[in-house]
Design a protein around this ligand. Structure first.
Ligand code: MN
Length: 464
């Protein structure tokens, strides 16, 4: 038999005013997930929380607790239902129009005793695996820069610092249907999975992430430490980490829940070695480029609305379809749909000198459209000195709290310190935790009494 033991932690970071990330820790159903919401004043936190609540509810409807899911399809289908839920909510609530979220998840699937690990992903949150001490990224980001890397227009190192790396090509909730990447891997006891939002890997190197995962045996402590490292590195985004350990167990599972009629069969099956698993197989469909362009058009439309709403007047230089372009919006904003191409040029990035390419990569930003155009003109001349950069910051804080059907609590917002979940055994925790002092509830009070496995959620007081 195999089971999953996890620990989660989420934090608003050092710059953002609210936490639009969310984490799901549902040890009884062996499902763990991270979502990074985007869009609007409160749309992001609604999207991420709604997606994970829906995912959890769907999974729970398919199988009894303490059992692996039937197959990876179960998890993929749950993601599709989550997509529909976020899409429907965004359509019916004008406040939430245009919201979306990333979603990556890990679950235990297959027959009892022959379990596999299912990994699913939409967006640019990531799933890594630590195997024999080596960290490997399993998921592929659905981002503009990743598609440029795939096309050979950017190196991975350039993509990692690109000002438009937050522009996504696939997200949950913006279309009625979504393509879900999935992988199925052997459930190898001792292997450790990391699910995280971009707030982690944009601030902390792979090497330091790997070292931390190797050093800290307790998954909750590891998740918390990684979040602290992201904050120490700048904390420019919300940051969420879920660390999941694959644990082998001999004999029947020590589950307090009704073991059900097939426990004997499961035990017997546990003595049998699982068959060799298939290689990771990301799901692909044709028409990907068409879908990508359609999303870009959609992004442009949303940007107009966003710019009106926030009365932003920012322009920056970037790359659009391989050519230098002037974008309106914020290159690094909360809103992934924010930037819009206002001036395309014929200046191919490939034709630039390395120095000029570097300047484009730095994403010169200005509040003046004329200055941006002037900058592009200067770019095509040999001697170019980038003008001064202007930035603006707006802050606001909101707090919302909803109760899950299963009894768990979702809390998001600047003033909320949460709570990952406590709840009776078997209740999933969906947490989105902001870094505010003075938690309303003591961490100790949140321990899951009588739970089959270790508590997998983490309280969030900074430095606690
Ligand atoms: Mn993020």
């Amino acid at each position: 038999m195999t089971r999953l033991v996890g620990g989660a932690h989420s934090d608003v970071g050092q710059v953002r005013s609210n936490n639009q990330d969310a984490a799901l820790s549902d040890p009884a159903w062996s499902v763990f997930a991270v979502a990074d919401g985007m869009g609007g004043h409160r749309g992001g936190e609604v999207a991420s929380a709604l997606a994970l609540e829906t995912l959890s509810r769907q999974v729970r409807a398919t199988v009894a607790p303490e059992r692996p899911l039937d197959s990876v399809e179960t998890l993929v289908d749950a993601v599709l239902v989550a997509n529909e839920a976020v899409f429907a909510e965004a359509r019916t609530n004008s406040d939430l129009h245009g919201m979306g979220t990333t979603l990556c998840a890990v679950g235990l699937v297959g027959a009892a005793g022959q379990e596999h690990i299912a990994v699913v992903n939409v967006g640019d949150s990531r799933v890594y695996v630590l195997r024999d001490g080596e960290l490997a990224q399993l998921t592929e980001d659905h981002s503009l820069v990743q598609s440029l890397v795939r096309d050979g227009q950017l190196t991975a190192d350039e993509a990692a610092v690109h000002p438009q790396r937050n522009i996504l090509t696939r997200v949950i909730g913006v279309e009625p249907d979504v393509e879900v990447d999935w992988w199925e891997r052997p459930a190898v006891p001792g292997e450790r999975y990391l699910l995280c939002s971009d707030g982690l890997f944009n601030e902390v190197s792979d090497g330091r992430i790997a070292a931390t995962l190797r050093q800290l045996a307790d998954p909750t402590e590891a998740a918390r430490t990684l979040v602290s490292m992201a904050n120490d590195g700048g904390g420019r985004d919300n940051v969420t980490c879920v660390v999941v350990d694959v644990v082998g167990t001999d004999g029947p599972p020590a589950a307090p829940v009704d073991p059900g009629p097939t426990a004997a069969a499961a035990l017997a099956a546990g003595l049998v070695d699982p068959p060799p698993p298939p290689e990771p197989r990301p799901r692909r469909v044709t028409g990907r480029v068409v879908a990508f362009l359609a999303v870009l058009v959609l992004l442009g439309g949303a940007a107009v609305v966003a710019i009106r709403l926030w009365a932003r007047h920012n322009y920056f230089i970037g790359v659009h379809q391989g050519a230098v372009a002037v974008f309106q919006g914020r290159p690094d904003g909360v809103l992934w749909f924010d930037p819009e191409v206002v001036d395309a040029t014929d200046v191919s990035v490939a034709a630039l000198t390395p120095a000029q390419r570097e300047q484009v990569k730095e994403g010169f930003t200005t509040s003046s459209h004329a200055e941006a155009l002037n900058w592009v003109t200067l770019l095509t001349t040999p001697t170019t000195a980038p003008p001064a950069v202007t930035t603006t910051t707006t802050r606001s804080a909101t707090t919302t709290s909803t109760t899950l059907p299963g009894g768990g609590t979702t809390t998001t917002g600047a003033a909320a310190t949460t709570a990952p979940v406590a709840a009776p055994a078997g209740t999933p925790s969906v947490t989105s935790t902001a870094a505010a002092p003075a938690p309303a509830a003591a961490p100790e009070a949140l321990a899951v009494a009588g739970a089959p496995g270790p508590d997998t959620s983490a309280p969030s007081a900074p430095g606690a």
